[in-house]
Design a protein around this ligand. Structure first.
Ligand SMILES: C[S@@+](CC[C@H](N)C(=O)[O-])C[C@H]1O[C@@H](n2cnc3c(N)ncnc32)[C@H](O)[C@@H]1O
Length: 271
């Protein structure tokens, strides 16, 4: 019997991870962040970038609502799902294979969105700082950076240790099993996430892939202070996309609108 193929081990979001994500978060469902963003963007005129766009779970409904949204992601596997979905829709989006800490995009954006807790995956301070400064460089003066930050249960700084498994099935009958172990680390507010994806057809293991992520659990005060330290002002927050509660799978989410001040341009201009 041949041994299973290990794919994409050097990339945190590899082929099996992307296929699992596409099957577990299909584009046919309306997620609770979609109406929030449709409304939040309605007063802004201009181009939008979804940084770390993934499979297009949020980008697609925003394109369908008439917004001009580009996407950037450093996983070719996630991006290829997104590209296929955009093509199927007949709509247009410029999709960039790029690291959002350093990628250079043409022109500036009226809004940049980093959705679905992705900013918290830049757990070390220098990566988080690089993401925010790169977003700042690519925003118009007066533009807005939107971030969604998962919140730890009240009274704690991280969620409890957790083990979970979930299986999804593709249209060809292939299944992908995801096993995740979440554990606290010695570093305050950082959890370690070890994820394994297995691709099965009947009782044959076709491929497996490991993913090791860290996640920082910001309090509201910490994330607002971090954004202000980069120059964003004002920074406003709303819980759970304005809904009373979310589906338990989403936990508690803090959504942030961080404005790049118009004043910035005037201050930088010579007399
Ligand atoms: C949790 S998914 C979110 C996808 C999408 N924004 C959504 O809301 O469904 C996180 C995404 O971040 C991307 N990503 C992680 N690190 C990145 C980096 N340094 N530069 C660009 N994309 C990155 C991953 O490839 C993945 O597609």
């Amino acid at each position: 019997m041949s041994s299973p193929r290990h794919s994409g081990t050097s990339l945190p979001f590899g082929r099996l991870c992307a296929d699992y994500y596409a099957l577990s978060a299909p584009l046919t469902v309306e997620y609770p962040d979609v109406p929030y963003y449709r409304e939040a963007l309605s007063t802004l005129q201009g181009r939008i970038l979804e940084a770390a766009v993934g499979t297009g779970r949020l980008l697609l409904p925003l394109l369908k609502a008439g917004y001009a949204v580009d996407g950037a992601d450093d996983s070719p596997f996630m991006l290829s799902h997104c590209r296929a979905a955009v093509e199927r829709s007949g709509l247009v989006s410029h999709l960039h294979l790029a690291d959002i800490r350093s990628g250079a995009f043409t022109g500036r954006y009226r809004a940049i969105i980093i959705a679905f807790g992705t900013f918290s995956l830049f757990a070390d301070a220098s990566s988080a700082d690089a993401v925010l400064r790169n977003a700042w460089r690519h925003l118009d003066d007066g533009g807005v950076l939107f971030l969604d930050i998962p919140q730890a249960p009240s009274g704690s700084t991280t969620p409890r240790s957790l083990q979970q498994s979930r299986t999804v099935t593709g249209t060809d009958g292939t299944t992908i099993v995801m096993h995740e172990v979440v554990s606290p680390t010695a570093r305050s507010r950082i959890t370690c996430h070890r994820v394994r994806y297995e691709e099965w057809r009947e009782d044959r293991l076709l491929a497996c892939e490991s993913q090791h992520l860290s996640m920082r659990w910001y309090s509201e005060l910490q994330i607002v202070a971090l954004l202000r330290s980069v120059g964003f002002h004002p920074v406003s927050t709303v819980r759970n996309f304005g809904a009373a509660t979310l589906d338990p799978g989403w936990g508690e989410i803090l959504s942030i609108a961080a404005h790049k001040p118009l004043l910035h341009r005037r201050a930088a201009m010579p007399n």
